[in-house]
Structure formats: structure tokens, C-alpha cells
Design a protein around this ligand. Sequence first.
Ligand code: TH1
Length: 833
Amino acid sequence: VEASIPEPQRAAWSRNQIQSFTDKDGFEKEVVRHVETTLARSMFNCDESAAYSATSLAFRDRLIKDWNKTQQRQTYRDTKRVYYLSLEFLMGRALDNAMLNVGLKDAAKGGLADLGFRIEDIIGQEHDAALGNGGLGRLAACFLDSLASLNYPAWGYGLRYRYGIFKQEIIDGYQVEVPDYWLDFNPWEFPRHDVTVDIQFFGHVSKTTKDDGKTAAIWEGGEIVQAVAYDVPIPGYDTPTTNNLRLWSSKASGGEFDFQKFNNGDYESSVAEQQRAETISAVLYPNDNLERGKELRLKQQYFWVAASLYDIVRRFKKSKRGWNEFADQVAIQLNDTHPTLAIVELQRILLDIEGLEWDVAWDIVTKTFGYTNHTVLPEALEKWPVGLVQYLLPRHLQIIYDINLYFLQTVEKAFPKDRDMLTRVSIIEESQPKMVRMAHLAIVGSHKVNGVAELHSDLIKTTIFKDFVEVYGPDKFTNVTNGITPRRWLHQANPRLSELIASKCGGNGFLKDLTQLNRLEAHAKDAAFRREWAEIKYANKVRLAKHIKNVTGVTVNPAALFDVQVKRIHEYKRQQLNIFGVIHRYLTLKGMSVEERKKQLPRVSVFGGKAAPGYWMAKQIIHLINAVGSVINKDEEIGDLLKVIFLEDYNVSKAEMICPASDLSEHISTAGTEASGTSNMKFVLNGGLIIGTCDGANIEITREIGESNIFLFGNLAEDVEDLRHAHNYGSHSIDSDLEKVFGTIESGTFGTPHDFSAMIAAVRHHGDYYLVSDDFHSYMETHRLVDESYRNQDEWVSKCITSVARMGFFSSDRCINEYADGIWNVEPLVVQE
Ligand code: TH1
């Protein structure tokens, strides 16, 4: 429908079109209809899987109505839109979220009960949409939820991977990766076979002279791969706004070429071509905070970015506005450097296709883009060999060189004769082979660059991007501290706690304005409230204990302190520090008399997380955790006092069960390495306390909830460099308690010592880059404080309540409003009911 038809007319059509349910009876009718028609099954043999499918289809119908209305409204009003470009969207499950956001979960619960099902079992049928590695992908998903809930006109753009992050199995204590084929039945996506874009690769560039005598570049030859759009509706909470997530899938461009081969009897090679094209969107690269420079990864990036930009420009052109208005209509946010080629692609479109002058085009480009940096780890900073870019995207490399030339000219004017400055800020690294530095390109091509927590934003300004602060001044660099959506991470994950909070906060308003949690603060002193609070935590722990029993066979005591570290396995996140600490605790317990032991607090140490398949050290860490668990868990002398659990296949839906059941969670990265962290926020919001380092968002969490409500330990970011230097050039002595732990491992207590020798050598002989030994003593001391504190349950629960009351700042709604004001300059657009 074109905008030329008056809106009232179109609104009248949609009112009369789809009738969707509004209560339990209506829901039941829809489920039965979908079982019997859409699924072509009968209600007599409707199992949980069919009930899940039909329930999803019923809710999907509801979303479609609001989705169409939202898109029509946004097209008609033609206000500025935000485009969030992310290679990862870690969405998790959609059904529960859809039910809660449209406010019909109770209707569905009653309806499913009438049909003989428990709603939890039906929700549990859904496969996670796991198109991401960890925090970066989950942040993108939280942002989509907030954008819709706050009524911002916004689209997400990503890749529709056939295989998301692998499924992790633990076999004999080792990680085994199994492919995650998740598309079998996915009611939440809509293929748009009519929305396709041809994407060009390889080829060569020639020059022509235009009518006006100017020369223009023409990129020709090479091969074409087709991008097909798949749309996923993103419902806002308690609002009709339903935004769109568009994921691109690759296929062979088809057409006559294929057909001819087919007719010539070259069937095999035409199928092979098809498969080669489909490879582009086949698999998510399973590395978190690591860039391995694979050609297919660069192909994925350009494929996705070019399709998205074509789509965005096509939509802009419909409005018949001049190019001078582009940046007033379009804001594009780059989620890390993965989509940085979008900068080059837009410049190419404006220059080569639309015929704009370089300076005019470049001004539009830089006003359009914003770039978010998520890491300072050197191994994660993207660099592509110049030769590879030249071969895959010859025209883009020319444009990159021109961008760099003009940029370096302005730098030279400001810093005459400073050759080193030019070398340092150049987009091209003069190494062997030469490399394109994507972060530099992203900075030069954007009007704002932001970090994701205060410490991190300070660090990028003083370390990796220091020179750019000199070049552009400090205002181009800003901070937007990450946040999480309280809908999924409190209301959906922890319904009982959400209800209890609502009873003291004057209803559910806190779910849309999380600062209202401060109304809880007064109740921290109320003994009856504390009892209810503690009872909910206990019930959540019982549920996790049952899950642990089911999947590992180990019985854990729900009254024990649950100490949880779940996140990607990485040396900088220091799961090795945690497991060394667990071993130390075990040794301490073993050294006690029976009497003494009786006085100790029981603990359950829970670990979870995936290691990148090629990250050998991370896999060793998983193996050690499992080896330690299998010894301690069957040590009868220790019994309930200590259990060590590794939960396999940690993902979003498991996080929703684990976060509400934690007493203490570990966020113990080496200071200065974790840009923000977001699970720290999830755990505190669910009434758990944190043991952590002064790193990432832990620092701001401390400022908000108060120093007495968090267990901080370890060296500070400012001291890390000197400590590392001392390890390598001074004498490096290992903490004596840690040496005992090493000795125990080396004595064979946890199996073949050789299996773990590299982990020990990293600390003893290879400079202990992550400061495990430096922080060990203070870590163990702080755990002692945790035990002491947990003994006083009244005080512990008060701390938890006070902390939750002060977590309002960490809503992704606050975060999205900051982006909207400070970076995108967009306003909400309310869709009428
Ligand atoms: C993470 C950061 O490690 C984490 O601290 C932060 O909270 C999160 O992003 C959201 O801001 C990152 N994930 C990745 C993944 C890749 C590359 C870089 C990063 S940084 C693939």
C-alpha cells in the first residue's frame, strides 16, 4: 500500500480485516483452528509440540495485526527511523515474550489448561533462536525489545544463519559441539520471497567519462548472490508498536545461467553453485571477542551490509526527499565494527550510483552512522588484509583508500610533520601484509563513537583511540552504559518476584520505568516482606536443583549458597580463577576436623558456558571444572558442603532459569578487560549479590547499589600494565595458597596432571597475563566475607532487596533513550490502538 492512500481509509481496512482473540475462549478457538487446519492434525492426538505450534500461530496472528499497523503508521508519518545493524541477535524464545508483551499470558494459561496442558511445558517446547555468541548478541536483542516498548520507529538488520551457535554437549568432561539446526519449524519468521537484493562480489573496476565530462567508476563482472529477506516481528511491551527484525538469507541468484547449465546436463555444477551461495548465511562464527580473519566472514559482512543498505535507501527513496535529508530520516548504528563496510557501501551508492560529489556524499555518510565499540582486547579488533578486500570488493578498497587519503590530509594540517601520528591513525596499517583497520574506518565514518560502560569508554579514549580524541576532540566520543530489558529478565524469568515487587511498587509500572523500583527500598527492613522475598528465592533454587539433578544426576541442597558463573568461557573472564578457588575451598574443608566442618556453610558452585571450538585453553578450563566436580561431588566426607556443577549448553532460556536461582554470581574478569558485562545486571535484578572485580559495569553497579552490597576484590585497571611488566621483567612469585592448589592438581587428584599443565604454566611460566595469582588472595578473602555475610540471612536478604531497589538505571530503556537523544536524534511514534 502506497502512502498516497489516505491513512483513515487504510486504518478502516485493517480494523475490519483480522479478528484476533482477546480472552481465554477466543484463544482456545484459535488454537483448535490452527491444530485442525494450519497443522492438519486432530485435537485427539494433539501433543505438546502441536500445542506449542498452534499457540505460537495464534499469538503470531495477533502480532501481525499490530505489526502491519505499526509499519503503515511509520511509512505514512515518514519520521526518522533507526537501523540497528548487528551480526548477532541472541533472541532466545519468542512465545513467552509475545504472550507477556501483548498481555494475554493468563488467557493462554487458562486456555491451555482447558486443553490439558501446562503452559510451562508448552513454552519449554520452543527452540532458542540462538543467532549470537554472548553479551553482544543479547544486547542487540534487549535493544530491540526496548525500541519497540518505547515506540521508536526502528528496524534490526542481521543474518539468518541456518546454524546458530552450536549446541554444547559434555562428554567425559569435554565439550563436544553439535550443530544447531533451529529452522525446522519457526512460526516467528516470515519469508519475503519478493524482497530480494542482488549482491555482487569480485569483478573489477573501470572508469568511464560521463556526459558532463567527469569520470565515474564502474564495478563490473564477478558473481552475484541473492539476498532474501526474512522478517521477525518484535512486539513492544504494553503497546501496539511492533517493529521489524529483518534477517537476510543467501541463495544463488538463479535465473538463466543456472537453467542453461541444467539443460546442458551440467546439473551437478548448478547445484554446487546453489550450495556455494547458500554457504554465506549458513553458519554463525562461534567466536566471542576474537576475530580470525576468515574470507567467508568478510563475505558475510558485505552480503548483509549491502542488502540492508539497499533496503534502507529504497525505503528512503519512496519518500521522494532530496539526499540532503537522508541523515534527518535515517540513523544507522553499527554494533561493533562488524558492519563497518556499510560506511563504504553508502559512500559508493551516493557516489557511483546516485552521482553525488565526494564531499556532499561523505557529509551524509558521517551524519548517518554511529559506532559502538564493545571491546579493547587486541585479538578482537578487526583487521582485513588489503589484498583480500581488493579481491572481494575492488571498488570498496578504492573508496577506503580515498577516505583514508582525505582523512590523513586533515590530520596532517592539524599535526604538521607528525609522521608517527599519521601512521598511528591511518586506516591502513603498513604491515606485511597491509591491513584495513576496521575500527579506524568506523570512527572516521561516524559522527559518534560510544563505549558500553564508563570505565570502558574512558579506556578507549585513553588507549586504543587516544589519537582520535586528539584529532576530533573529545565530543565525538561518548558513553552509553549497557542495560537489560526488565520484561524478559525480571517479569518473564522471575514471575513470582515480579509480582511481589508489583505489590509494593503500585503495580506493573516499574516494568516500563525501572526507576520505580526505588519504592522497594523502604521494605528492606520489613521482616514479613523479607520472608516472602527469601521464599521466592528458595523456590527458584529448588527449581534449579531439580534441573541439575535431571541433567547431571547430582543432588544439590537448595539451602546451600548457590554460587554461579555463567558466561562464555574465556581466559579474561577467569573461570580458571573460580575453579582454583573451588579447589582451595575443598582443600580447606578436607583439612578440617569433623567438628569444624559441621560449622561450615554448604555451597554449590555452578558453571556454564561455551568455549569457541578452536579455543584450546578455554576447553581445558571446562575439562578441569568437570574433573574437579567428579571428584568432589562423590567425596562423602564433604557431602553437601561443596558441590561443583557444570551445566551444559548454557543459552538464553537456561539463563532465564539460572539467574533467579543465584545467591552469588561471579563477574571476575581481569580489571580493564570486560567492556561492560550484562549478566551482572541480570543477577542483581533477580535478587542475587555479586562477587566481582572493578571492571566494566560492575563499577557503576557498585555506585548505584552501594559498596556494602557488593563483594569487590582484586587489582585495579590502572595497575594492570605495571603488574604484567613486573611478571615478565621482575621476579614473579606465585601466591602460596594458589601453589597448594597447583600442587594438588599436579598430584593427580583430578586425573592426569598433564591435562591441566598448560593452565598452570600460563600462571607460573608465561607471565600470568590475566593476573590470576595477583588476585587470588584477595579473591579468597572476599569469599570468606561472603560466607560470613550469608550466615546472617536477615542482613543478606536486606542487601538483596536494597540492591534491586537501586537497579533502575540498568534498564535497556534508559540506554535506548540515551542513544535516541545523544546519537540518533529520533523521537518515538505512538501507534494508536
Ligand atoms: C561483549 C563484551 O565482551 C561485553 O563486555 C559487553 O557487555 C557486550 O559485548 C555488550 O556490550 C562483546 N562481544 C563480542 C563479540 C564479538 C566481538 C567483540 C565482542 S565484545 C564477536
